[in-house]
Design a protein around this ligand. Structure first.
Ligand SMILES: O=C(O)CC1=CCC(=O)O1
Length: 96
């Protein structure tokens, strides 16, 4: 199943910068591993915001929840999920 996900990152201003940097480094490694696995299909920075639009390809809602709740930045994020399905007018064969 495909899901469009918006993540807004809100790291508290009083979090020490070395702690923030460590979490961000773990977030990057986690995200890149999921991209290599094919579960995290796209990640795009939203221009001018500490936020991204992503597309996940996972088995079901439960797997999406597991993936998202495992994000090192999870507790500092607002996350909005939109389930996707193939549009009847789509012509790309690999978009389903
Ligand atoms: O910077 C972000 O948008 C948050 C994030 C998600 C995966 C990642 O590496 O950073």
């Amino acid at each position: 199943m495909l899901f469009h996900v918006r993540m807004d990152v809100r790291i508290p201003h009083d979090l020490p910068s070395d702690a923030a940097a460590e979490i961000i480094a773990r977030e990057k490694a986690y995200a890149q591993e999921l991209q290599r696995s094919g579960k995290w299909r796209h990640i795009w920075r939203i221009a001018g915001q500490y936020a991204n639009y992503s597309v996940f390809d996972v088995k079901d809602n439960a797997e999406l929840h597991e993936v998202l709740s495992g994000l090192p930045l999870f507790k500092f994020m607002d996350i909005e999920v939109t389930p996707l399905l193939r549009h009847p007018s789509a012509i790309r064969e690999d978009d389903s």
